[in-house]
Design a protein around this ligand. Structure first.
Ligand SMILES: Nc1ncnc2c1ncn2[C@@H]1O[C@H](COP(=O)(O)OP(=O)(O)OP(=O)(O)O)[C@@H](O)[C@H]1O
Ligand SMILES: [Mg+2]
Length: 207
């Protein structure tokens, strides 16, 4: 089973995943966490280029293509082989982030972006995607307050992130059977409880 976590900056993806992995392992599942961009040696090198604040001149098409290069590598090197072995793969972001950020955020042609994404993934779609939904300003404040890593992708104007959130919500509407929306504007522990509940229920359904 392939599960992805999506959502705007500071919505909690990275902080929740290790606890979800531990929880599912305690339940006896074999789980492998990964993250995008990155998750492979090549992907982590591309991540550096994408995130580097020196690269402010990067064009949205360049950015889009770099993400797809990293993604193609992680799909082939990491995700597909594990799925073939029956492992549950949980990814911190996947192609929906490209539709949301490079498509809606940078306002590029959505059909073209979708075609690129399809090429990069070889058509590999998640079985379940959780949207940690949150007002973008709340998320950005959380990151600043807690001194989280601040990279080039955090340096857009707030309108950019608002378009990203609209994009996510439109994707949920268009493909409701794949998505579960969890409200991230609650205390961390409550979000964690809800995530455990929805994940376990969906995994039991699939097996
Ligand atoms: N429900 C919450 N309440 C308060 N703070 C939270 C909550 N969820 C996450 N945080 C804090 O917000 C910060 C950002 O969280 P985290 O890094 O998990 O978000 P993220 O979704 O991975 O963000 P990014 O997209 O930027 O990688 C962290 O310091 C985290 O502890
Ligand atoms: Mg993160």
């Amino acid at each position: 089973m392939f599960i992805t976590l999506e959502g705007p900056e500071g919505s909690g993806k990275t902080s929740h995943i290790p606890y979800l992995v531990e929880y599912l392992r305690e339940k006896g599942y074999v789980v492998f966490p990964t993250r995008e961009p990155g998750g492979t040696s090549i992907g982590e090198q591309i991540r550096e280029v994408i995130h580097d604040l020196k690269n402010l001149e990067m064009h949205p098409r360049t950015e889009t293509l770099l993400y797809q290069a990293a993604r193609a590598q992680i799909v082939e090197q990491v995700i597909k082989p594990r799925l073939a072995d029956g492992v549950i793969v949980i990814s911190d972001r996947y192609y929906d982030s490209t539709i949301a950020y490079q498509g809606y955020g940078h306002q590029q042609n959505l059909d073209e972006v979708r075609a690129l994404v399809n090429y990069a993934t070889g058509g590999l779609t998640p079985d379940l995607t959780i949207l940690l939904d949150l007002d973008v300003e709340v998320g950005l404040k959380r990151k600043k307050k807690n001194d989280e890593e601040w990279n080039r992708m955090d340096a857009h104007e707030v309108e950019f992130y608002k378009r990203v959130r609209v994009g996510y919500l439109e994707m949920v509407k268009a493909e409701a059977q794949r998505w579960i929306v969890v409200n991230s504007d609650q205390k961390w522990e409550s979000v964690q409880e809800e995530l455990k509940k929805v994940l376990l229920a969906r995994i039991k359904d699939e097996s």
